[in-house]
Design a protein. Structure first.
Length: 608
């Protein structure tokens, strides 16, 4: 059947109208939604957004020596979507071609190609997958020779610690998320800065051509930090602490050195240490900064901080004689017996400290009462954080007075039933070094601008620190503590060059909540030189091998003496004059007093 011409014309016309409408619809689509889609697709193909990593700020010691810095390295990355498209455009099967390319790349960067292939399979539409970091120049040249599509390089910042493990517990280390410990963590936002980005026009081979100003957001680099540490003194402290711990096979140890006039922490060390360059290779316990976060019972090193308030309150005087009457003394109630290492009959208060008599201290403590003891401890701010700019500081422990009992009197007098950190102990000793003021320790000196100027952090004036003891009492205590090294328990810490002052401690350390005869904490806190104190040091060594030694005067004091002598020599402090003898009224009551022992050049051989 043949259709009439009019009908055939109508059908043709209708088909033309449909084609025209389809074309019109396509044009409309391309001018609206399709245009946006095509533009977006073209931009993804022609442009690539890349991160611009901020450079982490450097960390310097007080003298401008670099302790932590950032070096720029190169990373190699893959744009898997573009690589797949390029292989397809070249008429190759993307699957086998990409595997072959990945094998060649991984062979140069020493990475398992199967691992990378799995990552690419999981993220087929990704535009940026980092393959390897810290490439050397030779490896980069070999990668460029491969001329693989979708493979490129991007700058990558690497944290660098040029001094190795020196001050590791202060610095702390970083990972991909930022600071892990120490000042790297505490000041992470200041050091890290803020990353930027750029959107780059690429050619067909994904090589950069152009970056528009509006598509460039520069990175804001981190600020530089200057610490109060002196890297040379820090090195001295770490050496002597390690030698002492290794010599006496101790479980661990801590040491801190302060400037008693400013509170500046010149050194802060823990043993064993770790390498902040690779913090993941050490256990969390080793990275723990015990100097500020792990308190302990101080033992006899607490005694000066009880005696000084008693002198201020006129409860006693240096020449007062206590009837010790042998190595054992009943506390006056129950069956509690207080014991001394040596059996003295009579000791002046001066020698109660010098010989570290528990019996004499308990007699004084009973006279002061729990209220007086509590007031003495809190005046030195034991039980309170120092405010040091390090994470995780522990406040130590001084129980509320309502929790004290009749046994607390003698326990506190011997340095038990309370806890301090080595930093708190060192801060307390600054009182006897500077005329009676309790300084606030600090670890940060200021920030450093790009042009090298130091912007110091806000600090408290010396006159604003609390006056804990009378200046005369402070000077008197310092002189008494000099005799600890001359004729007392710390003679092995004595120097032939300088006059030092200090106090030893030997305390049982609790294991699983109870004391035993094997675990001890050996410690020493002091400073020097006596005439014009420049440094205060605390050395605490935990669980030395008792078969070798465990007294503070044998284990911790010699290390502290070497730290002080080496550090003062480094600071070019002149040698001390002869130490003045005690007043005649004191010489008459001191135990076995012999003025000849005050000659520093004679060898001291007596230990605690």
């Amino acid at each position: 059947m043949v259709l009439p011409s009019s009908i055939r014309a109508s059908i043709v016309f209708g088909l033309l109208v449909c084609v025209f409408m389809a074309l019109l619809g396509r044009v409309g689509y391309l001018q609206s939604w399709g245009a946006q889609k095509n533009i977006a697709r073209a931009e993804r193909q022609q442009y690539q957004k890349e991160p611009l990593y901020a450079r982490r700020g450097s960390i310097f010691d007080r003298n401008g020596m670099l302790m932590a810095g950032t070096v720029q390295s190169q990373s190699v990355f893959i744009d898997p979507k573009f690589m797949r498209q390029q292989f397809r455009a070249e008429g190759l099967d993307p699957g086998p071609a990409m595997i072959e390319a990945i094998k060649k790349l991984c062979a140069l960067v020493e990475r398992d190609w199967r691992d990378l292939q799995a990552t690419l399979n999981d993220r087929p539409d990704a535009r940026f997958i980092r393959v390897a970091d810290n490439l050397d120049e030779r490896t980069m040249q070999e990668i460029e020779k491969l001329d693989l599509p979708g493979v490129g390089f991007t700058p990558f910042n690497v944290r660098y610690y040029p001094m190795g493990s020196i001050a590791a517990h202060v610095l702390g280390g970083v990972n991909a998320d930022g600071g892990l410990e120490g000042v790297e963590l505490k000041f992470n936002s200041l050091l890290a800065g803020r990353d930027g980005s750029k959107r780059t026009l690429k050619d067909a081979r994904r090589r950069p051509i152009f970056v528009d100003a509006d598509d460039y957001i520069p990175a804001q680099h981190g600020r530089h930090l200057m610490l109060t540490l002196d890297a040379n003194i820090q090195s001295i402290v770490e050496q002597e602490l390690a030698l002492a711990c290794e010599k006496f096979k101790a479980r661990c140890g801590e040491a801190v050195v302060l400037d008693p006039w400013t509170g500046d922490v010149l050194a802060l060390a823990n043993y064993p240490t770790f390498n902040p360059q690779v913090p993941g290779e050490s256990k969390a316990e080793r990275r723990l900064n015990r100097t500020v976060v792990v308190p302990y019972e101080p033992g006899s090193t607490l005694k000066p901080f009880i005696v000084a308030p008693a002198l201020d309150a006129k409860i006693t005087r240096p020449s007062e004689v206590f009837p010790i009457n042998g190595p054992a003394w009943p506390a006056g109630y129950g069956r509690r017996i207080i014991r001394d290492v040596h059996g003295y009959q009579r000791l002046a208060l001066w020698d109660v400290l010098v010989k570290s008599s528990n019996i004499g201290m308990c007699m004084l403590a009973q006279r002061m009462g729990n209220n007086g003891l509590y007031s003495a401890l809190t005046s030195f701010k034991f039980g309170q954080k120092t405010g040091i700019e390090l994470p995780g500081e522990d406040s130590g422990l001084v129980n509320p007075l309502k929790r004290w009992n009749r046994f607390s009197t003698e326990s506190i007098a011997q340095g038990y039933e309370m806890r301090v950190t080595p930093l708190q102990l060192a801060r307390a000793m600054t009182v006897f070094a500077n005329g009676g003021r309790l300084v606030d320790p600090r670890i940060v000196k200021g920030t450093v601008t790009d042009d090298g100027r130091v912007e110091p952090t806000a600090r408290v004036a010396f006159s604003q620190f609390p006056q804990v003891t009378d200046p005369a009492t402070s000077d008197q205590m310092r002189r008494i503590l000099c005799d600890v090294l001359v004729r007392g328990t710390a003679q092995r810490a004595r120097s032939s060059k300088y006059n030092f002052f200090g106090k030893t401690g030997t305390a049982h350390s609790a294991v699983n909540g109870s004391y035993n005869e094997s675990n001890y904490t050996s410690s020493f806190v002091g400073g020097g030189p006596y005439e014009n104190p420049r440094l205060v040091v605390a050395v605490v060594i935990h669980d030395p091998d008792k078969s070798l030694a465990h007294y503070g005067g044998t284990v911790a004091a010699p290390a502290a003496g070497k730290i002080l002598e080496r550090a003062l020599t480094y600071l070019q402090v002149p040698a001390s004059p002869d130490l003045p003898l005690p007043e005649p009224i004191l010489q008459d009551v001191l135990y076995a007093f012999d003025p000849k022992v005050y000659n520093r050049r004679e060898t001291a051989s007596t230990a605690e």
